[in-house]
Design a protein around this ligand. Structure first.
Ligand code: IPM
Ligand code: MG
Length: 348
């Protein structure tokens, strides 16, 4: 089990430390960890957010554990040199097109939800976000209009193969969950979304056991706070999935809790929290490492088939939250290290 360890920027290194301590506590045999530079730290060290060395390491590794990228001191750089391009570059270079973002309300945290406790109590959903296409990867640039105005543009597009493969992932996920799939688009306005909807409907013929519905993204954002319990699996494009998953995180208490797995047709997966580098709190040791640690659990499950160990970690995280071991993001006083300690204590 060769794992590329990319801690990245901001709180990335702090939360990664805790995830590695948790993995260590499991005493897994045959674990090889290879740290490498990524994001703003890589730019400052070697002039590129995704150095060649890092990319080749990731191509060789069996899995990638990824912290966070984003550094305000890089905001004025040309876009291809910005830290965010590292994660986009990895997703694209490794063909990681399927991003799984589960969100579940833990009973112990029901008062922490941005929603009323009784509304939030029902949340147990999985967002399947397409990760290799959409407006993220289309042609983009700055130009000047005929009348001399500055104009920015980003092309949004999906081809049918891209939609079909993510639809299959989502239908299969629904089959082993609650049997319900909600496809989110903006087909009332966008051609990209019309194609998306058509292809999802075509694909549904192979999954008669899954109940499929379609929802416009604006309505989905509203339904997610009105009655989130209606969702089981949600499948959507890159941009809508980015937005809805941050929203879902606050519905279950904190963005510091949501993990993700990015998978492709190859065997290598990338595992990262859905949150960013949080420069405002970086270096203070107060970040919540739960999302990072839960991402390591997803890695054990999806890349290494270690379901039992994955569940152990997930249960340990649930148990410490249950015991009131909460970070500042959840109104508690425990720091990053203490949360890591508590999780490890649950494990041994
Ligand atoms: C995420 C992040 C990234 C994205 C950024 C860091 C490029 O917000 O993983 O949700 O937009 O996909
Ligand atoms: Mg995001």
């Amino acid at each position: 089990m060769h794992i590329a360890i990319l801690a990245g920027d901001g709180i990335g290194p702090e939360i990664m430390d805790q995830a590695l301590r948790v993995l260590d506590a499991l005493n897994l045999p045959d674990l090889k960890l290879s740290p490498a530079l990524v994001g703003g730290v890589a730019y400052h060290a070697v002039g590129h957010p995704l150095p060649d060395d890092t990319l080749s390491l990731c191509k060789e590794a069996d899995a990638i554990l990824f912290g966070a990228v984003g550094d305000p001191s890089c905001d004025a750089l040309e876009r291809h040199l910005r830290p965010e391009q590292a994660i986009l570059g990895l997703r694209s270079a490794l063909g990681l097109f399927a991003n799984l973002r589960p969100a579940k309300m833990l009973t112990a945290l029901s008062d922490m939800s941005a929603l009323k406790a009784e509304v939030a109590a029902e949340i147990d959903l999985l967002i399947v976000r397409e990760l290799n296409g959409d407006v993220y990867f289309g042609d983009k640039g700055m130009r000047t209009t005929d009348t001399g105005l500055r104009e920015g543009y980003d092309i949004m597009s999906y081809n049918e193969d891209e939609v079909r493969r993510i639809a299959h992932v989502a239908f299969k996920a629904a089959q082993v969950r609650g049997g319900k799939l909600c496809s989110v688009d903006k087909a009332n306005v966008l051609e990209t979304s019309q194609l998306w909807r058509d292809v999802v409907i075509e694909t549904s013929a192979q999954y008669p056991d899954v109940a499929l519905e379609h929802m416009y993204v604006d309505n989905a954002a509203m339904q997610l706070v009105k009655s989130p319990g209606q969702f089981d699996v949600v499948v959507t494009g890159n941009l809508f999935g980015d937005i809805l998953s941050d929203q879902a995180s606050m519905c279950v208490g904190s963005i510091g809790l949501l993990a993700s797995a990015s998978l492709g047709e190859g065997t290598c997966g990338l595992y990262e929290p859905i949150h960013g580098s949080a420069p405002d709190i970086a270096g203070q040791g107060i970040a919540n490492p739960c999302a990072m640690i839960l991402s390591a659990a997803m890695m054990l499950r999806h890349s290494f088939g270690l379901e039992e160990e994955a569940q152990k970690i997930e249960q340990a995280v649930a148990a410490i939250l249950d015991n009131g071991i909460l970070g500042a993001d959840l109104g508690g006083q425990h720091n990053c290290q203490q949360i890591g300690d508590a999780i490890i204590q649950e494990l041994v």
